[in-house]
Design a protein around this ligand. Structure first.
Ligand code: XMP
Length: 518
């Protein structure tokens, strides 16, 4: 197995820690985020990082039990970069001083100007006389630690860029990982160059490593994989199949909440292209009967989640000798579940997953995508030769059309919704917009409206079109279709789909809205 140099990001709870990892991955550097509590002396020895980054965080170094790195990290003799709270922690630990915010808090855009000429971390910076950066801090450093010098200041952060070049310790008050620090990536590029990373963490290498790991983990045992037809589970299935062949069986549960022709497309693609043993479990009646009369969004999710587990278990029991369950868990899911604040403090939506399965069934998990972000999964899919039509698919939620049918779900409404959605997606494809959009779908509204078609009065459902751009689904903007496109699409839906006589376009961003309607 190839060995890659590893960079450790110690997470102190910043909202944007994941973006640090994104920037580093873009530089083909392998990194992992670990919450500060887990980073003990023993962990550092085992992880053997080639460099460390301290993330930002919401705490104050003065708070009781303030998050701190282990002292030993400063003795490893490797480069360290501290960001925002990470800078304050570094100064605090190494003999500098941090002061409470009073009047000097700084949130938002700021401009940093240089104080000294050369610092390798700043190659490519200050070609103009100042750089725009993004600040988000209450406390600030008031005295730098012995050995450090100041290389950049902003009006409210006299120690915006600091470094101890002897030890290769760097500390900045702003966030170079966010887009509002336009030249921020350069700092990471310089940092990993200083640390001696080769930038050899490519998808080809990842694939080879992943295959070797799967073989080692699974041996000659059997694996089952829940296939949803989405990108993540499809890539996981193909990767595992490449590693262990027909020791893998996939189970595709059709809950009756899929899009038009979706079940047959998924099944055909897997049977024809990959020859992967696949059980097609048509359980639509079970799900739809159980959902009858349910209109609360959380209740829908819980009902679907529970049934999914029951059904999956039923089919899995038929596969003799299965000891492992494969899941398309992605890196953001992993990080969230161990984040320093214990995950998001408020549940906006309880996303459906099959986390309850292995414990109940005594299965061990195979999660070959645990280290990847969504766009990296797509890249891996390409590497594995999955058809582009599959890789580029918009994300589709586990509860499917159930959450695009606000209020009570009926078979009639689902039928109408499927047809309207197919026309809308066809329009988007025909206009060459599919790949520009993160996710697009129709929601059928629990409202009937009066219309007139020919000489007749109609009293049919209204629907809402939704299309958003997004990088990761966490925030989103509505897609700015032209009026011509919207008009043409509305006409097509009303003409071609019986049961809809009014079309609206949802122009809510996330936040304050969410992408799905429920
Ligand atoms: P929201 O609606 O929370 O959606 O802005 C963000 C992304 O998550 C998807 N989503 C779900 N995925 N189970 C899933 O597997 C769910 O219950 C669920 N709810 C939302 C949504 O489609 C979007 O991509």
């Amino acid at each position: 197995m190839t060995h890659h140099d590893r960079l450790l990001i110690i997470d102190f709870g910043s909202q944007v820690t994941q973006l640090i990892a994104r920037r580093l991955r873009e530089l083909n550097v392998y990194c992992e985020i670990h919450p500060f509590q887990n980073v003990t002396d023993g962990f550092l020895t085992e992880f053997a990082p080639k460099a460390v980054i301290f993330s930002g965080g919401p705490s104050s170094v003065f708070a009781d039990g303030a998050p701190m790195p282990p002292e030993s990290v400063f003795k490893l003799g490797i480069p360290i970069l501290g960001i925002c709270y990470g800078q304050q922690v570094m100064m605090h630990c190494l003999g500098g001083k941090v002061e409470r915010g009073h009047g000097t808090a700084e949130f938002g855009r700021a401009y940093v100007t240089p104080t000294r000429t050369r610092l390798s971390l700043l190659d490519g910076w200050f070609d103009a006389d100042k750089e725009q950066v993004w600040m988000s801090h209450g406390d600030h450093v008031s005295e730098i630690a012995p050995g450090f010098d100041v290389y950049g200041t902003s009006p409210n952060a006299p120690f915006a860029i600091t470094a101890d070049t002897g030890r290769n310790f760097f500390a900045v008050q702003f966030h170079p990982e966010v887009h509002h620090t336009p030249n921020g990536k350069k700092l990471y590029e310089n940092f990993v160059r200083i640390a001696g990373f080769k930038g050899d963490w490519t998808m080809g290498a990842y694939r080879d490593d992943a295959i070797a790991k799967i073989r080692e983990q699974v041996g000659d045992k059997k694996v089952i994989c829940g296939l949803s037809g989405g990108v993540d589970s499809s890539v996981a299935a193909v990767l595992i199949h490449e590693a262990i062949g027909d020791q893998l069986t996939c189970v595709f549960v059709d809950h009756g909440l899929l899009r038009l022709n979706e079940a047959s497309e998924v099944v055909t693609m897997f049977r024809d292209n990959y020859n992967i043993p696949l059980i097609h479990a048509d359980e639509s009646d079970l799900f739809l009967n159980e959902l009858e009369g349910v209109s609360d969004p959380e209740q829908k999710r819980k009902t679907i989640g529970k049934l999914f587990i029951d059904v999956f278990q039923k089919y899995a029991n038929e596969i003799e000798g299965a000891e492992f369950l494969a899941q398309g868990t992605l890196y953001p899911d992993v990080i969230e579940s161990v984040s320093f604040s214990g995950g998001p403090s408020v549940t906006i939506k309880s996303h459906h997953n099959v986390g309850g399965l292995p414990e109940k069934m005594g299965l061990k998990l195979v999660e070959p995508l645990r280290e990847l972000f969504k766009d990296e999964v797509r890249e891996l899919g390409r590497e594995l030769g999955l058809p582009e039509s599959f890789i580029g698919r918009h994300p589709f939620p586990g509860p499917g059309l159930a959450i695009r049918c606000p209020g009570e779900i009926t078979r009639d409404k689902l039928e109408i919704l499927r047809k309207a959605d197919a026309v809308y997606i066809d329009q988007i494809r025909k206009h060459g917009l599919y790949d520009e959009i993160w996710q697009a779908f129709v929601a059928i509204l629990p409202v009937r409206t009066v219309g007139v078609m020919g000489d007749y009065r109609t009293y049919d459902y209204a629907c809402a079109l939704r299309a958003v751009t997004s990088v990761d689904g966490m925030t989103a903007d509505y897609y700015p279709f032209t009026h011509e496109f919207l008009g043409e699409t509305a006409t097509r839906i009303i003409n071609e789909v019986q049961g809809i006589n009014r079309v609206t376009y949802d122009i809510t961003s996330k936040p304050p809205g969410t992408i799905e309607w429920e």
